[in-house]
Write a protein that binds this ligand. Structure first.
Ligand code: ADP
Ligand code: ADP
Length: 237
């Protein structure tokens, strides 16, 4: 369960990106965070996975406070967070299997890791997960040979193989056509259900949020301005 209390972020430029946001994401629910560009959505995700330091506030993941963590404790907490990015962040010259197994390492460490043998049980798990995301038989394709939808499936597999306690997804569909977007959103919600982990998705396409999320939160100028079911969102508009 992710519990965020009174999260604030003011960048050194003076931009106030988050102005006191409270949010809990739990069980295996899919929460979509919607809002116009500049609302603070990606800052929120970057604060939770600690790519950026919040100015103040509390972030608990299954009871562990994330904001004060450093070094090893931070690295270990980050492993509990499955990140899925808009631009996939795949290592282009590595295969699907290598991308899944080297996780979120940078290019250099990915290459180093790839020269080592991966434990057989990790490889078995990777095959299983690749099957699950619809990439069975594609493990030896290079990332740069894949379509956008396939690339996003690799991103999902790479996040899921770590057994995260939450999936954080930043604009997963902005490079995809509408049909593929629907398939990717459905895969994300199904995987959350199957694995019993919550998923928080930043998304600017309100229709996708409406048709796939259990709950929608609306962010505007760094503040939560709506929280409710897709039906409740429809009632407002
Ligand atoms: P922090 O306050 O988290 O240290 P900084 O203000 O130092 O962040 O900015 C981090 C990086 O983001 C810098 O490279 C900066 O140029 C860049 N940046 C600055 N303004 C913006 C903006 N409005 N949107 C996105 N990136 C920005
Ligand atoms: P969204 O993801 O909803 O588009 P962001 O979190 O990217 O919103 O941005 C929220 C606000 O913070 C905007 O005003 C943006 O310009 C500012 N901002 C984002 N990143 C940075 C940064 N690194 N440095 C300075 N300002 C930033």
């Amino acid at each position: 369960m992710l519990e965020v209390a009174d999260l604030r972020k003011t960048y050194s430029t003076g931009d106030v990106a988050l102005n006191g946001v409270d949010l809990t994401v739990e069980g295996s629910e899919t929460v979509a965070m919607i809002g116009p560009s500049g609302a603070g959505k990606s800052t929120f995700i970057r604060c939770v996975n600690r790519l950026t330091e919040p100015t103040s506030g509390e972030i608990y993941l299954d009871g562990t406070e994330l904001t004060g963590l450093k070094n090893d404790a931070l690295r270990s907490a980050r492993r509990d967070i499955g990140m899925i990015f808009q631009e996939y962040n795949l290592v282009e010259r590595l295969t699907v299997m290598e991308n899944v197994l080297t996780g979120r390492l940078g290019h250099l460490s990915a290459w180093k890791a790839f020269r080592r043998d991966f434990p057989a049980e990790d490889v078995d798990r990777a095959f299983e997960i690749l099957d699950r995301v619809g990439l069975g038989g594609m493990e030896n394709k290079r990332a740069d040979e894949l379509s956008g939808g396939q690339r996003q499936r690799v991103g999902i597999a790479r996040a899921v193989i770590q057994n995260p306690k939450i999936l954080l997804v930043d604009e997963p569909t902005s490079s995809l056509d509408p049909e593929t977007s629907d398939v990717v959103m459905e895969l994300l919600t199904d995987i959350a259900d199957e694995r019993g982990v919550p998923v928080l998705i930043n998304i600017h396409e309100v229709d996708l949020a409406r048709s796939h999320a259990d709950r929608i939160v609306g962010l505007h100028d760094g503040e939560l301005v709506f929280e409710g079911t897709p039906g409740e969102l429809d009632d407002r508009s």
